[in-house]
Design a protein around this ligand. Sequence first.
Ligand SMILES: Nc1ncnc2c1ncn2[C@@H]1O[C@H](COP(=O)(O)OP(=O)(O)OP(=O)(O)O)[C@@H](O)[C@H]1O
Length: 222
Amino acid sequence: MTVAVKLTDVRFAWQQAPVLDIPEWQLTSGDSLFLYGPSGSGKSTLLNLLCGVLTPQSGQVKILGTAINQLSPGKRDRFRARHIGMVFQQFNLLPYLSVKDNIALAASFSGGRQLDADWRHTLIERLELTDDILQRKASDLSVGQQQRVAVVRALLNKPELIIADEPTSALDSDLRDHFIELLLSSAEQSNATVIFVSHDKDLARHFDHHQNLAEINQVEGR
Ligand SMILES: Nc1ncnc2c1ncn2[C@@H]1O[C@H](COP(=O)(O)OP(=O)(O)OP(=O)(O)O)[C@@H](O)[C@H]1O
């Protein structure tokens, strides 16, 4: 069993206000985790530490054996592009580009990885992005369609770690379940580790493990 994520003595504060104090936390490669906790408890902050968008004031954030918080900003960006797929609340699609071009743009950030054209095709089919959708501008899509494009983009480069932050908040319950099944089965095909944050506890049943952030975070009242 290899370790995908390992945090040691991680502390993070926003302007002197402590948000996270995590003595130790780890995830095994290929696991899927549903992470929950009340609003303001630090879930998004933790995800941003995992993908190196934020760095902790102390401690170590190891992703796939690399201490991401100790890399220079440029190396961190390259590491993220190569190894981490992110599906966040705002899908970060470029509104004036077509869906096809949004996907092509993600492929160009592959961090030097060779794009697998068959995998791209499989993802587009699984997430039911029809030719009509592929030609449309991202700004003309429904929220559900944008979410599906965001998943294709996140999985395209076969990242070892997939981080999703409330990606299904705008979907009805049938679409939501379908979306998660697609996300998880696509991740499984590339043996990726998945961390999924949501307020909706009903979604937990899709995941191997469930954890309340309060179980690993020692900051009082979070
Ligand atoms: N950019 C920021 N500047 C200052 N404080 C921040 C910033 N982002 C978050 N915080 C604070 O950090 C704490 C944790 O916020 P975070 O967004 O990580 O929580 P969360 O669990 O993801 O919440 P939610 O479920 O509502 O999205 C909150 O008290 C929040 O006000």
